[in-house]
Ligand binder design. Structure first.
Ligand code: TMP
Length: 230
């Protein structure tokens, strides 16, 4: 039996990680055997690449866009062949926090690498694997920045987790906002919206400023429909 492949996408501070976890928990509660993955990561090599990318972004913000693209692609190739495909072949529901649409949005629309190059690398890394559903949590970058900053303030005041986001993510999210100008975040958002518009049957765009529980319900309604057909 072929499994179900669901991808969560969105810009920094969009809440996609929270939603990926909610969906995973819901699938688990409904008796499925889901797998929760995030990109870059999910394999020993992928986690090393993640650390390299995040650390390099901080200490060497001048990393070549092509280097960045190749690193994300390398991590993805490992994840797809070693973890993702075997899970889907085994009939599991896989929830992935970011996938190829991130590369199109960030390295393509954001960094300006030709989309044809991104598509070639995405195909190479995935062998053509595409999601059954991609959920985009759409939120204006200004709003997301306010949200991430507010969460950091709460953490700094020692109140721990806020709105289901871990401290680590809030800190990382804010760092990336500080590194990338708002103009970059806006291009990324447009890149996502264009992808969703081009393939409405496989994309679900949800207003990321809605309460987390409401978003969870909207996502679950759609996933439930797909599970009944699987
Ligand atoms: P996240 O773990 O908070 O989702 O952060 C991952 C970061 O990496 C985020 O800034 C988006 C970026 N990214 C890309 O630029 N291209 C990609 O292909 C992927 C998967 C992530």
């Amino acid at each position: 039996m072929a499994g179900l492949f669901i991808v969560l996408e969105g810009g920094e501070g969009s809440g996609k990680t929270t939603q990926a976890r909610l969906l995973y928990s819901r699938l688990l509660a409904e008796g499925h055997a889901p797998l929760l993955l995030h990109e870059p990561g999910g394999t020993p090599l992928g986690e090393q690449v993640r650390r390299l990318l995040m650390a390099e972004r901080g200490s060497h913000p001048g990393m070549e866009p092509v280097t960045e693209l190749l690193l994300f692609s390398a991590a993805r190739a490992e994840l797809v062949s070693k973890v993702l495909r075997p899970a889907l072949d085994g009939g599991r529901a896989v929830v992935c926090d970011r996938f190829t649409p991130s590369t199109i949005a960030y390295q393509g629309y954001g960094r300006g690498i030709p989309l044809s190059t991104i598509h070639t690398l995405n195909r190479l890394a995935t062998g053509g694997l595409a999601s059954d559903l991609t959920v985009l949590l759409d939120i204006p970058p200004e709003e997301a920045l306010t949200r991430v900053s507010a969460q950091r303030s709460l953490l700094v005041e020692g109140q721990g987790e806020a709105s289901g986001h871990s401290g680590r993510q809030d800190q990382e999210g804010l760092r990336r906002f500080e590194q990338e100008p708002l103009a970059f975040q806006r291009k990324v958002r447009q890149g996502y919206l264009k992808q969703a518009k081009a393939d409405p049957a496989r994309w679900l765009v949800v207003d990321g400023s809605l309460p987390s529980e409401r978003i969870g319900e909207v996502v679950w309604e759609r996933v439930k429909g797909l599970l009944s057909k699987a």
